[in-house]
Design a protein around this ligand. Structure first.
Ligand code: PEP
Length: 259
């Protein structure tokens, strides 16, 4: 079981109108009140203002799902760090596998975004993870190591505290397949070793490493019971309070609730 504070984040992806997002946010504010862990939700850009107003003063942080690599300028269709901050965004998810694989974002671009976000005082959730082919080829650890090292290039020791890593095996995202707690923990441990090599043992011990990939109310506690798993980045199950609230309220090491 992790000795670090747990961090549970919901990624709403390209779902929900403003009215739908507001309904979910209100429900979560009520149900996560007094919760023991750190919480964040990342609605679509169009709902950030609406959801941000509802989260203000609560224990749920407002996050964004992506941002541009440039501060501002002629970048049609992009959203800047300044615009996100203006809406009260506190953290940004970068390097999500859908950004890497569908929109072909590479490590250099992701790294540029990471540094820009940190310069502007945003926290970052940096996603890393291997494809099924890479796992089958025995490359899972090295892929995650490479993405971690590249993603953090130029990030200072003073900034590493604003970084959360999310290990999200690509083959487990939105597929219903979850890494076993043992397999996930092994990758988390290797990422922690990389952080130790780059920033020292203190930083390695402190960094929060979330697991993401079909996290559900019935598998969260067994995942969180592992020593190196410090939270979850949740996609599908974050779209309903009935599934996100029990994930947010998990008790590490407890068997799944019987429904
Ligand atoms: C995600 O999108 O980050 C994710 C983990 O999705 P899901 O929980 O649906 O697998």
């Amino acid at each position: 079981m992790s000795t670090r504070p747990y961090y549970i984040a919901g990624n709403w992806k390209m779902h929900k109108t403003r009215a739908e997002a507001a309904e979910l946010a209100k429900d979560l504010v009520a149900r996560l009140k007094g919760g023991k862990h750190k919480y964040l939700v990342a609605p679509g850009f169009t709902s950030l203002e609406t959801v941000g107003a509802l989260l203000s003063g609560t224990n749920i942080l407002l996050g964004a799902q992506n941002m541009a690599a440039e501060e501002q300028g002629a970048h049609t269709g992009e959203v800047s760090v300044l615009q996100l901050k203006d809406l009260g965004v506190r953290a940004v998810i970068l390097g999500h596998s859908e950004r890497r694989h569908i929109y072909k974002e590479d490590d250099a671009l992701i790294n540029k975004k990471v540094k820009l976000a940190l310069t502007h005082g945003l926290e970052v959730i940096l996603c890393v993870g291997e494809t099924l082919d890479e796992r089958d080829a025995g490359q899972a650890e090295v892929v995650c190591e490479t993405q971690t090292v590249w993603g953090l290039a130029g990030v200072s020791a003073g900034e590493i505290g604003s970084i959360t890593i999310a290990y999200e095996p690509v083959w487990a995202i939105g597929t219903g397949k979850t890494a076993t707690p043992e397999d996930a923990d092994a990758i988390h441990a290797s990422i922690r070793t990389v952080i130790g090599r780059l920033y020292g043992g203190g930083a390695a011990n402190k960094i929060i490493i979330q697991y993401g990939g079909s996290v559900k109310p019935d598998n969260v506690s067994l995942l969180m019971a592992k020593e190196n798993i410090d939270g979850a980045l949740v996609g599908g199950a974050a779209l309903k309070a009935d599934t996100f609230a029990p994930i947010a309220a998990f008790a590490a090491g407890q068997p799944p609730a019987v429904s």
